[in-house]
Unconditional design. Structure first.
Length: 274
C-alpha cells in the first residue's frame, strides 16, 4: 500500500509540474528586441527572451548569418561546433607547391594500362548503344507525362472553381470577416511597444520624392507611432536605422487562433486547400 501511495504521489507531482509549466508558457510574456541598419549592406539583430531569460534565441547578420538558442545561457549547438572545429584542426594540411618550383616529370603509363583504358571506353560505348531507349518507347513516355500534367492542371482548376464558389457564399464571407478581426487583434497585440526606427528616403528626381512623401502621408496614422520618415531631395538614398521592442503573451494569440479554428467553414477552407 505504501508503494502504491508513493507511485500516486510521484504521478501527481509530475502532473502538477506539467500543469505549472503549461500555465507559465501561456501566461509569461515573450519579450523581443530587434535592430536594423540598412544602407549599402543590411545588418539585422533580433533576440527573443522567454521565462525571465532562461530561454533565449538570437539571430544576427553582422558578418555571417547566425542563429543561436540558449537554455540557461548554455548554447544547444555548442558541442557540435566544438567537434567541427576540432575536426578542422586535425585535418591534414594540403601540400602547396610554389610556382617557381620545378614541375615533377610526368610518368608514362604502362602499355597494359593504356590497353585496359581503351577496352573500358569501348565497353562503355557498346553498353550505351545497347541500352539506348527506342524512339517508340520515348514517345509513349512523353505522351504519358503530358497526360499527367493535363490531369494535374484539371484537378487544380476544379479546386479553384470549388474555392471560388465557396468564397461567394454569405457564410464564408462572414467567417472570413471574423478571421480578419482575430488576425488584426493578434497583430495589434504583438506590435512593437517601443520603436525608434528612422527611414531616410531620397530618389533621383525631387518630384518623385515629393510624390512618394505625399503618398506616405495618406497612411500616416498607420506608422506614426513607430517609424519616422525623413525626405532627402538632393541625392538618391534609402536607409533604415533603429530598433524595436515589444512582447506578446502566448495565451492571447492561442486563444484567438482557437476562436478562428472553431468556425467550421474556416476548417473546410483549410482542408480544401491542403
Amino acid at each position: 500500500m505504501t508503494v502504491f501511495l508513493l507511485i500516486l504521489k510521484i504521478i501527481g507531482c509530475v502532473i502538477a509540474f506539467l500543469l505549472l509549466l503549461l500555465v507559465a508558457v501561456c501566461t509569461i510574456p515573450v519579450f523581443y528586441r530587434g535592430s536594423v541598419d540598412y544602407d549599402e549592406s543590411c545588418r539585422i539583430n533580433f533576440r527573443l527572451r522567454f521565462f525571465f531569460g532562461l530561454l533565449t534565441a538570437t539571430f544576427s547578420t553582422e558578418k555571417t548569418q547566425k542563429f543561436r538558442i540558449r537554455i540557461c545561457g548554455i548554447p544547444l549547438r555548442g558541442k557540435k561546433r566544438a567537434k567541427a572545429r576540432q575536426k578542422k584542426k586535425s585535418a591534414p594540411e594540403v601540400e602547396t607547391r610554389s610556382p617557381d618550383a620545378p614541375a615533377e616529370p610526368a610518368k608514362d603509363k604502362p602499355a597494359d594500362t593504356e590497353t585496359a583504358d581503351k577496352a573500358k571506353k569501348a565497353g562503355r560505348s557498346s553498353d550505351a548503344a545497347e541500352t539506348k531507349e527506342p524512339f517508340r518507347d520515348r514517345l509513349k513516355r512523353w505522351k504519358d507525362s503530358v497526360k499527367e500534367k493535363f490531369r494535374k492542371c484539371k484537378t487544380a482548376a476544379d479546386k479553384l472553381r470549388q474555392l471560388k464558389a465557396m468564397l461567394e457564399e454569405e457564410e464564408t464571407a462572414a467567417a472570413l470577416r471574423e478571421t480578419k478581426a482575430h488576425t488584426l487583434k493578434i497583430l495589434k497585440h504583438i506590435r512593437p511597444r517601443k520603436s525608434d526606427l528612422t527611414l531616410t528616403v531620397g530618389l533621383e528626381d525631387p518630384a518623385d520624392t515629393g510624390f512618394l512623401m505625399a503618398a506616405l502621408s495618406a497612411v500616416y496614422p498607420l506608422y506614426a507611432d513607430w517609424v519616422k520618415i525623413d525626405a532627402v531631395f538632393d541625392r538618391k538614398i534609402i536607409r533604415i536605422k533603429g530598433s524595436v521592442r515589444g512582447h506578446m503573451v502566448n495565451a492571447y494569440a492561442a486563444w484567438h487562433v482557437l476562436l478562428t479554428l472553431r468556425n467550421q467553414r474556416i476548417r473546410d477552407i483549410i482542408n480544401q486547400n491542403r
